[in-house]
Structures are given as C-alpha cells and as structure tokens.
Ligand binder design. Structure first.
Ligand code: O2Y
Ligand code: MN
Length: 629
C-alpha cells in the first residue's frame, strides 16, 4: 500500500467506505496523482488546462461560442462497443435468457464474476493509470436527495470524462455533503481507465484492442477499461442509469428505461407528461425538444434519453430524468429539425468528433443552412480537408454534443422536481420503412408490454458494430442496455401493471419513418423511397391524438394490431404538403403475417422458455386477428 498523492481535495471529505474504494483502486491502477472533484469553476479550469496541455481540446470562437470546446477522439474509439460489454453474475440465467439452435444471446453478454475479476485485476487495470491523474467524481443520478435518485463514485484517468460528467450529472460538493449527512447511502462503484496507451502525450489515449466494459449488478460495481468515449466511459449514463439501475429497479419495484420524458400542454392549459422509448439515434432528442406546428400547443423537455419511473402513494407512475445534460447525436441536428437544441449549443458545450470550420466554429452534416460553406474551410473530425464533394463525411456519424440541460429554452419547469412528473402515456417507436402505421394504441397494459417486447427498428451508427442497415429486434429500445435476463425483465413489466390501485399509463407505438416508393425513380438500380410523414415539429399532431386518448376521447377505431385514429381524428390542418393517410395507417395482411413470423422466431430463438406465457398468448392473439383480416 503506497501513500496517495492527493493534489486536489482531501480524503477526509470522503466517507470511510468511499475512501477505502478509492485507496484500493488507486493501489491497483497506480495513478501519479489523485484529484477529488468538487464540481467548482476552479476545477473546470484545471481540467481544461490539462486537456490543452495534451492537445485534446480546442476552444471555439469566443464571440459566437461561450465556453465551448471541440475534442476529436482516436479514430478507433468512436462509439459504444456492444461486443465488449458484459454483465457478470453468479448464474448465467440471471443475465441472459435461454437461446436455442446454437444462437448467441443478442440481448446481453454474460461472463462469470471470477473470469472477469481475473481479467480486470490481473490483466487490464494494474498500472493502467501510471503517469496520469486519477479523478474521484462523486455524482448523483437525479436531483441530489430526491427519493428517486441514486449516487455513484466514478474513478477515472480522463479529464474529458470528468468534464462531460460535470455536464451530464450533478457532481462534487453537494453529493459529498449528502453522503456525509446520509452515511448509510448505498453508492455504485464506477472504475474507468482509458488504458495503458503507448505514449503519454497522445491527445486521445485508449486501448481499443483490449477494451472491456463490465457490470457486476450483485455488488453494484462497473469497471470500464480501454475507451474514453461516450457510453463506454461516462459510466453514469448507460452502465449505471440503465444496466445497473434496471436491476435495482427490478429488486425495488420500479422501472429504469431508455426513454425521453416530455411535457405537453394543450391550448386550454391542460398538461400531461409522456415517456417514449426509441432505439439509439432514432430521434429521441428531437422529439423531447419538439417545436409544435399546431397553434396553442406547447412541448417542454424533462429528459431526452433515460427515465426512472416509480409509483407514488396515489398509484401514479412518476418519472425523473436521472441526467443533467444531453449527449446528443450531432449529424442531422439543425435549425430545421431541432431549433431549440441548436440555440442551446452556443454555451458551455463540448463537441466530440464534429468538423471544425476555419472561423472557429463547428460543422456537421445537416447544418448546411447554418454554415456558409463558400466562406469557410472545413476540417473533418479526423483531420482531413473536407468539401461538400468529399467522399467522406465531415463529422463522424456518431459525433456528439454534450450540453447542460438547463440551457435549453424549453426545459420543463418540473424537470428537477424531486417527486418526478406523472406519466400519462408511454410510447414505443422505431425506424420502420414499412408495415407499421404512424401510430397505434395498445388494447391494454399486457398488450402494450407485448408491443414493447416485439419492437423492431433499422440499425443506426450509435454502436460501433451497428453500421450495416437492416431492421433488427430492439425490445423496449433496451437491446444493448438490459442489466438482467430479458424474460425476467418482461415479467417485471407485467408485474408493474398488476400493482393494486395503479393508474396505468396508456401504451402506444409510433413510427415517423414509413416510406413509399417514388414511382419511376431509380438510384443505382435501387428504387427510391420517400417518407410518408413530414416528422419533426409535425409529430405534435400525433402527440395531440395521444393526449386526447389519455382523456378517453372517442377518436379511435379498432384494427387487428391496436387502436388507430378514426378517419379525420388526426389533425392535419396547416400541413405544408398533403399526406397520404391511407398509406400511413394501412395494415397489410402479408406484412403483418411476416411480422408475426419474425417475432415468433426471435422469441423462440432468443428468449425460449424464459418468455412469460402472457406475452406468447398476445402473439398468438395477434396472429389470429391478422389471419382473420
Ligand atoms: O457512446 C456513444 O456512442 C454514445 S451512446 C448514447 C449517447 C447518448 C444517448 N444515447 C446513446 C445510445 O447509444 O443510446
Ligand atoms: Mn440512448
């Protein structure tokens, strides 16, 4: 045991249990220095200085961007790595469902606790922080002290990770003070190292060949080695707030979900809150920050990625956003698609892997109205001169902005309410070019759980491995984020619906991405497709129908897959272009027979006997209804 070289803060500010954790991991990783974070402006300056010394960070033009920064990562460290992400439990069944026909689980990777402990403590972490500073970040997921919040302690050797964690969570002194006054609080242990990279002056140290992200739900611990990027390294986000929290939620009777929360107010001033689950990079941030096109309606944002929901004493399901910032996908975000977001990105924001303009600004695909490409030079995220004619993209497809939630003009007044907000509706959604109508409502809670279980969506670039475009199963939009056996997770959702006195939210499915073929148009031998629905701000028309349904208004008719809007019930006044309502809501027998087959195959191969019978019955009932069409 060697004496720790504390260069900022004091060990005495930590509870004995936290101190013991810091000491034991420092002895394993051997940092040169230890910095205990307080979240102060002085600390921010130290972090920026450290990143400027290693040329990790670049300041953007101060006239247009107040305290905004650009970071480019190593080209091999640009997204979550699902194949290297593990849940480690005593029994394999606690993590993954029964698979058949020799299939590997697509709903999580399991490794034994012993094997992972051996790998981490003998191979990965020894000396991994040598030459660097270990930062100790006390952080709260959710408002400090809320009964719905949880606390973590992250140890990391990346100043970038500390800087982003200060935006994405509540860090430092308020958390330490809370722990001192509540010494029995359980905290989640989060260890992160960018790894034993060759050459200490590299601007983005990482160890991609040896990356591993391990979760130990039975001892509330996360260990991440080798990557400094996003979900791999900001451990409060996917690792804690989804994988570990979903397990805590199962044990404590609540829900930790990959969902945005928005507040919607009608012209009469009546307000409701909606939670919505979409797979990664499918427009959750845009929906959460939507600017309605129908007069008199208002949408405000509680959160854009994660929802923790729990019943209150009156049986209302109440949700909080456990985060304090947005780590959103940059490409595609523009004044057209998300004006409120764009306006909030001019202050206190860290951009990662977007392109740099010669006038000290940023650029990404979709920003063509905002940046005059004739008057600036653009350097791509990976350092190449870029023009609109280039054969490569200016920004990486998974490039991100990291920005504080409270800078958003439409942040909901209740976004930090420690009680959470009452959830009136839950939406599931995906990118489906065919088969799935713009919106449908489930018949009841059990049918809604089936709808969540059978979600499918086109792949996106949010994961390193998810680059080939195809429709894949993504149940509850949680495919990469389950902390335990998916069959047990579905059972937990069914149980949540059976709570006595529960005022259950209605469950819906939405699909903004249905297309039709453009007659006669061909592109490289492929038929061209166009969207049937304008999306973005116009999605408030769908939210309006959902709002009315939560008031039990008689604006729906039964279809074989669920309730859909009665003819004329969806408000279409003022749309710039007419929409083909018949095509948007068509339910085709052949497509749904195919859908039923795909779902059955997936349930059988991936979940087997772990799938609750009630859900298999829902699938049987869907098949009967479709056959009878
Ligand atoms: O690690 C990354 O590439 C970011 S992952 C991410 C970040 C913010 C919100 N959602 C996601 C996601 O993968 O769902
Ligand atoms: Mn996400």
């Amino acid at each position: 045991m060697t004496e720790l070289n504390i260069v900022y803060g004091s060990l005495e500010s930590l509870l004995p249990e936290v101190r013991a954790y810091v000491t034991s991991k420092a002895n394993l990783c051997r940092p040169d220095r230890v910095h205990i974070c307080d979240g102060s402006p002085a600390e921010f300056k130290l972090l920026i200085d450290a990143m400027e010394r290693t040329r990790t960070i670049k300041k953007l033009d101060a006239d247009r961007f107040e305290n905004c920064w650009l970071v480019d990562t190593d080209v091999r460290d640009i997204a979550r790595v699902e194949s290297k992400t593990f849940i480690c439990t005593k029994n394999v069944d606690d993590t993954v469902s029964e698979t058949k026909y020799g299939a590997l689980s697509k709903l999580g990777n399991w490794m034994s606790v012993e094997s992972m402990d051996f790998l981490l403590t003998r191979k990965r972490f020894p000396n991994s922080m040598a030459g660097r500073t270990m930062y100790v970040i006390p952080f709260s997921m959710g408002p400090v002290g809320s009964p719905l919040s949880k606390i973590g302690i992250q140890l990391t050797d990346s100043a970038y990770v500390v800087t982003c964690t200060r935006i994405m969570t509540r860090v430092g002194k308020p958390v330490l003070d809370y722990l001192q006054s509540h010494p029995d609080t359980k905290f989640i242990r989060c260890l992160h190292s960018v790894g034993r990279s060759i050459g200490m002056m590299m601007s983005w140290p990482c160890d991609p060949d040896n990356t591993v992200i391990a979760h130990f739900p039975e001892r509330n611990e996360i260990c991440s080695y080798g990557s400094g990027y996003g979900g791999n390294s900001l451990l409060g986000k996917k690792c804690f707030a989804l994988r570990i929290a979903s397990t805590l939620a199962r044990d404590e009777g609540w829900l930790a979900e990959h969902m945005l929360i928005l507040g919607i107010t009608n012209p009469e001033g009546k307000k409701k809150f909606i939670a919505a689950a979409f797979p990664s990079a499918c427009g959750k941030t845009n929906l959460a920050m939507l600017q309605p096109t129908i007069p008199g309606w208002k949408v405000e944002c509680v959160g854009d990625d994660i929802a923790w929901m729990r019943y209150d004493d009156e049986g209302n399901l109440r949700g909080i956003n456990p985060e304090a910032g947005f780590f959103g996908v940059a490409p595609g975000t523009s004044m057209k698609t998300n004006p409120y977001c764009m306006k909030s990105l001019h202050k206190d924001t860290v951009f990662t892997n977007v392109a740099y303009t010669s006038d000290g600004g940023v650029y990404w695909e979709g920003m063509d109205e905002e940046v005059d490409l004739d008057s600036v030079h653009v350097t791509s995220w990976d350092g190449r001169h870029w023009t609109p004619e280039s054969s490569f993209t200016a920004a990486h497809k998974n490039s991100r902005f990291c920005t504080p939630a409270n800078h958003l003009e439409t942040i909901d007044p209740a976004w930090e309410d420690p009680k959470g907000v009452p959830i009136a509706a839950i939406l599931f959604g995906g990118r489906r070019p065919d088969t799935v109508p713009l919106v449908f409502e489930s018949f009841d809670w059990t049918h809604g759980v089936f709808v969540g279980s059978s979600m499918r969506s086109m792949t996106t670039a949010a994961s390193l491995e998810g680059v080939v475009k195809r429709v894949q199963h993504d149940p509850f939009a949680m495919r990469p984020f389950f902390g335990y056996n998916f069959g047990h997770y579905v059972q937990h959702w069914l149980d949540v619906g059976k709570k006595p006195n529960a005022k259950l939210p209605k469950i819906f499915h939405v699909n903004w991405f249905r297309t039709e073929k453009v007659p006669g148009a061909h592109d490289h031998n492929k038929r061209k497709e166009r969207y049937l629905w304008p999306g973005f701000g116009e999605n408030c028309r769908v939210l309006e129908w959902i709002f009315r349904r939560t008031d039990e208004e008689d604006v729906a008719i039964k279809s074989p897959i669920g309730y859909i809007p009665k003819p004329d019930a969806l408000s279409l006044d003022g749309l710039h272009e007419p929409v083909k309502v018949d095509k948007l809501f068509a339910v085709h027998k052949d497509e749904w027979m195919n859908e039923v087959g795909k779902i059955r195959e997936y349930f059988d191969e991936q979940i087997g006997s772990h799938m609750p019978k009630e859900i298999v019955t829902e699938l049987d009932k869907l098949e009967e209804r479709v056959k009878a069409m």
